[in-house]
Design a protein around this ligand. Structure first.
Ligand code: PLP
Length: 369
């Protein structure tokens, strides 16, 4: 059994991918070829935002909007402690300070009440300037954007949606990627929409942000390649990756539906034996991961492994306890809910093509605990 099965998917679209690659080999525009513009238009339309900019990775997709906000030393950017390192890494890369917030252990997303408390604390200390919030749509479920945007408005902060795991998800009928003024997603192969290498995309409804992103993506270029009007990066996605994503988009909406079916079966079969994730009524998750909690996680994982069933732990260490952020001075017990979750959580095989019999086997083994 595979944790994520990309080969079944590939079999469905192999012809389209090869045709796309052949076209690129023929026209030779490996960088910013026509596939790039086509993909950006396609995904902007899918997401329901006016502007989409493809980039080299999800990490660059988070970094570039922060560069536009001129995030710098002395600034505080608030985010969840229970996420992948990249969310906070980009804040630190610009010399600013990530300020971590505890989670709602039912949804695994940032707790808006605790977010407001942290912003008030930092504002009253007057050591750092509160600038923005990066909510993460963890495991594919959108964070609580209504509550978060209200807090952002109160303190005049920007919101950057980390939709790296939630492409294809929705909240109140709006797609992930459209839930804040600027959003970042990732096409790392294991994400709900993955390419065959690294890639990412930024979504925005702001024309000025869009134009600045196009410049930052190519070393801060101005009117032409050798006029540089700002400091940028090499942040481009290559044409081959765009071809893969264009082929995958033909079946992506169907795959999101299939993920709902797989998740619904898990929710039903596992409800009595582990703590299953709670999806808010206003949300549709992209189910990047199906993550559950059990107080004896390691024993459950071991039993599953003995039966040939792979699992993964996202995330064993919350970011405030990572050595990379030791200089921020956080301690154990600073965020008890995230820490408890990190000790109990594990993820089960999840992909659109997971057979029902495989799920039954998984759930039977788990229910014996
Ligand atoms: C994967 C991921 C990223 C980074 O994406 P890359 O494409 O790997 O750079 C950022 N944030 C979260 C929450 C992620 O899961």
């Amino acid at each position: 059994m595979q944790f994520i099965d990309l080969s079944t998917q590939q079999k469905r679209i192999r012809g389209a991918i090869e045709a796309g690659f052949k076209k690129i080999l023929d026209h030779g525009q490996y960088i910013l070829g026509p596939e790039i513009g086509e993909l950006e238009e396609r995904l902007a339309a899918f997401t329901g935002v006016p502007y989409a900019v493809s980039v080299a990775s999800g990490t660059d997709a988070l970094l570039m909007p922060l560069m536009i906000e001129k995030i710098a030393p002395g600034d505080a950017v608030f985010t969840t402690t229970f996420t992948f390192i990249a969310t906070a890494e980009v804040i630190r890369l610009l010399g600013a300070t990530p300020v971590f917030v505890d989670i709602d252990p039912e949804t695994f997303n940032i707790d808006p009440n605790k977010l407001e408390e942290e912003i008030r604390r930092v504002a009253s200390e007057k050591k750092l300037k509160p600038r923005g919030i990066i909510p993460v749509d963890l495991f594919g479920q959108p964070a609580d954007y209504q509550a978060i945007q209200a807090i952002a408005d109160k303190f005049n902060l920007f919101v950057l949606e980390d939709a790296a795991q939630s492409f294809g998800a929705a909240q109140k009928g709006k797609k992930a990627g459209a839930l804040a003024k600027v959003a970042a997603t990732s096409f790392f192969p294991a994400k709900p929409l993955g390419c065959y290498g690294d890639g990412g995309m930024i979504f925005t409804d702001q024309k000025s942000v869009f134009e600045e992103l196009l410049s930052i993506r190519v070393h801060g270029q101005g009117a032409d390649k050798y006029t540089n009007v700002r400091v940028g990066i090499n942040g481009r996605m290559d044409s081959l990756q765009a071809a893969v994503l264009l082929a995958k988009m033909t079946i992506f909406p169907e795959e999101i539906e299939l993920r709902q079916k797989v998740a619904a079966r898990y929710q039903q079969m596992l409800a009595g034996s582990v703590k299953v994730p709670r999806i808010l009524a206003e949300n549709i998750s992209a189910w990047a991961q199906y993550s559950v909690r059990h107080p004896h996680r390691d024993e459950v994982i071991k039993k599953l492994r003995e039966n040939g069933i792979p699992t993964a732990i996202y995330y064993p260490i919350p970011l405030h306890l990572q050595a990379a952020f030791a200089d921020l001075g956080y301690r154990k017990n600073d965020f008890p809910l995230a820490e408890k979750t990190a000790g109990e959580i594990f993820s089960l095989p999840m992909h659109p093509y997971l057979p029902e019999q495989a799920q039954e086997k998984i759930c039977q083994i788990i229910s014996r605990f």
